[in-house]
Design a protein around this ligand. Structure first.
Ligand code: AMP
Length: 190
């Protein structure tokens, strides 16, 4: 099964993806984590994307599509992928559909975590204080939220039209969201 965890930054996608990995043996494909790993390794790719990420802008479709393409075979072999933070643009969504189709696979469900902007801003301020992630500062977060609204939210009709969109209340507790995700996945399998 291939799942997309969809939502704005700080909606709880990473937290829920990690739980699904430990409980279901699926593989989390987080382009944000992959890009951060490239930065820490000091690779050419990492150096290229550092400034873009710190500003809060999206890196190019070409870069993230290539990262996903490389990681897909292992994820499928493990029983499926949880896409976290990808796709973020229409071009990425179309490329993902094509990549999966070429492998005889598809996205089974898109789980959208809905969270109010004011709650996101509070969560990010807390994460910035605790973890000091460079793009969690208030200015960059504003840009990230704007990028979500302008470039990522327009994917919702794409997945709605495919009949794959499930809306979940991301304002609930971590445990409640986890239970809602399990119920949604149970309905997909059945
Ligand atoms: P995230 O951890 O998912 O919030 O991603 C952190 C940053 O990495 C984003 O603000 C973007 O600069 C970059 N990034 C991650 N995933 C993507 C993507 N699918 N498309 C473009 N940029 C991305």
């Amino acid at each position: 099964m291939n799942i997309i965890l969809f939502g704005p930054p700080a909606a709880g996608k990473g937290t829920q993806a990690k739980r699904l990995v430990s409980q279901r043996g699926m593989v989390q494909l987080s382009t944000g984590d992959m890009l951060r790993a490239a930065r820490s390794s000091g690779s050419a790719l990492g150096q290229k994307v550092a400034g873009i990420m710190d500003r809060g802008d999206l890196v190019s479709d070409e870069i993230v599509i290539a990262l996903i393409e490389e990681a897909l075979p292992a994820a499928e072999a493990a029983g499926g992928a949880i896409f976290d933070g990808f796709p973020r643009t229409i071009a990425q969504a179309e490329a993902l559909d094509d990549m999966l189709k070429g492998r005889g696979a598809r996205i089974d469900v898109v789980l959208r975590l809905k969270v109010d902007d004011s709650a996101l801003i509070e969560r990010i301020a807390k994460r910035f204080a605790e973890e000091g992630r460079s793009d969690d500062n208030p200015e960059s977060f504003k840009v990230r939220l704007a990028a979500y609204n302008a470039q990522t939210a327009p994917l919702l009709p794409h997945y709605l039209a495919q009949g794959k969109l499930v809306e979940l209340d991301g304002m609930s507790s971590v445990e409640q969201v986890a239970a809602d995700i399990d119920a949604a996945l149970g309905a997909v399998v059945a």
